[in-house]
Design a protein around this ligand. Structure first.
Ligand SMILES: Cc1ncc(COP(=O)(O)O)c(C=O)c1O
Length: 385
């Protein structure tokens, strides 16, 4: 059987492939977007998990939109107005896929920041969208480029990660959030706000969702992978009633519904008295690791390596002088440290800036120090000063 045309041009995810190589005991991985598994709130989930055998109804087929008590909780937690609703997804990744299948026709123009989340590039490429790249600044997308793109390209949808962007860690300023919302309203572009890292802020002030400034022009994707566990595969999409009902139709065809027993366990976790403390501990741990990483970078890497400081999330973006980042990442792996080269995060390879994405949430402070030592040797070979 021949591969369907849209799949013929899609590369397998470099990150998912490197993850298996990075599992070798000799390799320290700063490659994946993995939370630290010692932080999984299994203690807080244990009563709920143990009680599952007494809740046979959870193991029956369930509603496509999600487990009703969990959806009710989400409506309250995120203060959804009566004009909006939510749909529980099998990870927020499925939410992206449902949106693409429900709203994108082959050839439609959509906008994304460059660099951008690889999983979103894959989804939109499979949907055969024409992706227009918007460059990124320290406080969000380049607004002049964005408006020019909206004006000339007949853009239907703008996808972005405003809180602690994957891969760059950038967090949009308040002014940029307001301006993007205004542009989306002016040009009737739907804003797709992907917010898996929003709860992982360890510094500075919490900023409103972009969508709060354009609620009728936007959909929000939330993930429980980073604050609960990725293995439960649960996410949420919220937006206007008619849009969520379109996603319901696609989800019926995709998988009927997400795992109901895990939705019930997630609800108990979110309502647990100690969930707030769990989040605080998580942020504290990640902050400590982030500080260790940047200290190691400033001590051990050449001065021409530039990093943008971040206030949360899981990644930093290490900019390098122009070099072959793919070869550099390959050599780093051979030297026992897994990192992701910037090239995988660009739709248009011509605009690739030389950089590496480094994750700071999965390795211990000691491992982070060793990883940067190993990386220093490789960088000096690939980018001699
Ligand atoms: C920006 C972004 N969106 C979506 C996802 C997918 O998350 P989930 O585990 O909820 O499917 C990720 C995962 O790392 C991500 O970085």
């Amino acid at each position: 059987m021949k591969l369907a045309k849209p799949l013929q041009n899609i590369q397998p995810s470099y990150i998912r492939e490197i993850l298996s190589a990075a599992c070798s005991p000799d390799v320290i991985s700063l490659a994946g977007g993995l939370p630290d598994d010692t932080t999984f709130p299994l203690e807080l989930m244990s009563k709920s998990l143990k009680d599952l055998p007494n809740r046979a109804q959870l193991f029956q087929y369930g509603n496509t939109a999600g487990y009703a008590p969990l959806l009710e909780h989400f409506r309250e937690r995120y203060q959804l107005p009566s004009s909006h609703d939510g749909i529980v997804c099998t990870g927020s990744q499925q939410g992206l896929d449902l949106i693409a299948r429900a709203f994108i026709n082959p050839g439609d123009h959509i906008a994304m920041e460059a660099p951008s989340y690889l999983g979103a590039i894959q989804v939109f490429s499979l949907a055969q969208a024409k992706i227009k790249s918007i460059s990124q600044r320290v406080d969000g997308p380049n607004l002049e480029e964005l408006e020019a793109c909206f004006t000339t390209k007949n853009i239907t949808l703008f996808y972005a990660v405003p809180d602690f962007h994957n891969p760059t860690g950038v967090c949009w300023s308040l002014a940029v959030r307001q301006k993007v919302a205004q542009l989306c309203q002016k040009y009737n572009v739907t804003f797709i706000e992907d917010a898996p890292y929003r709860e992982l802020r360890f510094n500075g002030e919490h900023l409103p969702l972009v969508s709060s400034f354009c609620p009728d022009n936007s959909m929000v994707l939330r993930s429980y992978s980073k604050i609960a566990t990725p293995g439960i595969r649960l996410g949420l999409v919220t937006g206007r009633l008619n849009w969520i009902s379109a996603l319901n139709k696609v989800k019926q065809a995709a998988d009927l519904h997400s795992n109901t027993p895990m939705q019930a366990v997630l609800l108990d976790l979110l309502q647990h008295d100690e969930f707030i403390q769990h989040l605080a501990k998580l942020r504290h741990l990640y902050h400590a690791r982030y500080k260790a990483l940047i200290q190691n970078i400033s001590l051990k890497l050449p001065a021409y390596c530039h990093l943008n400081t971040v206030d949360g999330g899981m990644f930093i973006w290490l900019s390098l002088p122009k070099c072959d980042v793919d070869a550099l990442a390959k050599s780093a792996l051979e030297h026992g440290v897994a990192v992701v080269p910037s090239s995988v995060f660009y739709q248009d390879r011509a605009s690739v800036a030389s950089a590496l994405r480094l994750n700071f949430t999965n390795a211990s402070i000691e491992e982070l120090g060793d990883a940067i030592e190993r990386l220093a040797k490789v960088i000096k070979n690939y980018c001699p000063s």
